[in-house]
Design a protein around this ligand. Structure first.
Ligand code: SAM
Length: 246
């Protein structure tokens, strides 16, 4: 269970109504039972249910069971799509170990469909399920051009591009067609990185042109078929994990 409080042996923590409902009714724990906790800073702790009060159970912290770990320095940039699909993207990105989630507005993203509070709840539940000991940071939505203007060039941006240029050039650099993501990743050193997936309508031609001119950008392909944005997120993150191993 994620709790945003500092942890120390013998400290007592009061749970919110939602967390109380979760441990008593969903996890079916009762007085004296153990619960594992994390707060993103102090590792994993076990706690005992000292008082199973329905409106706000009290836990007593026992001991640390795992030191704090963090996921790799990988960001996901994506253009919010329909609600359920956007929720799925946030959930899967959390499960697959993304450190920061950056919703971006592109030419073909209509409205601001980014809902940070809901994203936070989804990320918390996904982190609990996967037993990672931190939550991804959910960054407020920003326009793609502004994100690119302020980009630190030390962070490689893998931009997933379904429309390979048919100029017959081998992949590589930023001018040719998108390279197979697996090969492009293997050719780059490990380090801070970001993956970017476009909206259902894809990136606009001027966005693609600008992206391909930037030195820190790699245009990558996920294969010959055009994937839904949420499928592309899962495919790209799986390839990342296959190559970088974390
Ligand atoms: N432009 C497309 C169209 O309207 O025909 C659709 C875009 S696709 C549904 C959404 C996003 O998924 C793309 O912007 C891209 O980032 C990613 N994507 C989908 N298939 C891909 C592939 N085969 N290789 C790389 N990226 C892909």
């Amino acid at each position: 269970l994620f709790l945003d409080s500092p942890f120390a042996a013998a400290a007592r923590l009061a749970l919110s109504r939602e967390d109380t409902h979760y441990i008593l009714n969903v996890m079916r724990r009762g007085e004296g039972d153990g619960v594992r906790l994390f707060n993103g800073r102090d590792g994993e702790w076990t706690a005992r249910i000292a008082d199973p009060h329905r409106k706000g159970a009290i836990l007593e912290l026992v001991a640390q069971t795992r030191a704090q770990t963090s996921v790799p320095d990988l960001w996901l940039l994506f253009a919010p799509v329909k609600r359920q699909k956007t929720d799925l993207i946030v959930e899967k990105a959390t499960e697959l170990g993304v450190r920061e989630i950056h919703p971006v507005t592109t030419r073909r993203t209509q409205a601001d469909r980014s809902k940070p509070e809901r994203f936070h709840i989804i990320a918390k539940e996904a982190a609990e399920q996967t037993e990672r000991l931190d939550l991804p940071e959910i960054v407020p939505i920003e326009r793609l051009e502004r994100v690119l203007d302020g980009w630190d060039p030390a962070r490689i941006l893998y931009y997933c591009d379904e429309a390979g240029d048919d100029d017959g050039e081998p992949w590589g650099g930023n001018a040719g067609r998108a390279g197979p993501m697996l090969d492009v990743l293997r050719a780059d050193p490990a380090g801070p990185a970001a993956l970017m997936i476009g909206p259902e309508g894809g990136f606009a031609p001027e966005e693609r042109t600008r992206l391909r001119q930037l030195d820190f950008v790699r245009a990558v392909s996920l294969g010959p078929r055009i994937l839904r944005a949420e499928t592309a997120v899962i495919a790209a993150l799986s390839l990342w994990q296959a190559v970088r191993g974390d």
